[in-house]
Design a protein. Sequence first.
Length: 199
Amino acid sequence: MKLFYSPASPYVRKVMACAIARGIDGRIARLTSGTSEYQAGLQLANPLSKVPCLITDDGLSLFDSPVICEFLDTIGDALPMFPVSGGARWRALKQQAMGDGMMDACLIRRGEAGKPMDAGREDLHAKQAAKVARSLDALEIYLPHKVVDIGSITIVAALGYLDFRFAAEPWRPGHPILAAWYDEMMKDRCLAETAPPPV
């Protein structure tokens, strides 16, 4: 398998954390943006030209981290990242949606950061920051389980991205319970080894 890869992408982190948890990370070749294969192949593999994008051993291209992670969950013998049924499944999927939404909001802010600030852009920034703030408050009350599944992986990826790109807006002071959960989860190999690169 081949993965179009960026070490700074929280969505790529999700995929690699799932692969490590499944014990199949050694089967995935990472194509980084500096390689000719990456430049020539990403747009052909993914019309949206976004990472992550996985090319399976059968040549199928899959994109968007929830799709790729669900595919990886069908490979290997480890416990599933996507609970099969019941409350655990819906909780994990809800947390994945929340974490992805937080990352989406952060990326919108990042994309607009270097542009001239006007009233419309200030409003956009405020709305995206508010989405993250509300999500953090909800997670402080409804803490994710201390189990590695697609929900907790996605929440950790979102929180790690906040540390990586928004260090000037620390989330920990107002969310001590969530911060302690995060620190405990970061002891797991799949999350520790996929932490964002140093700034």
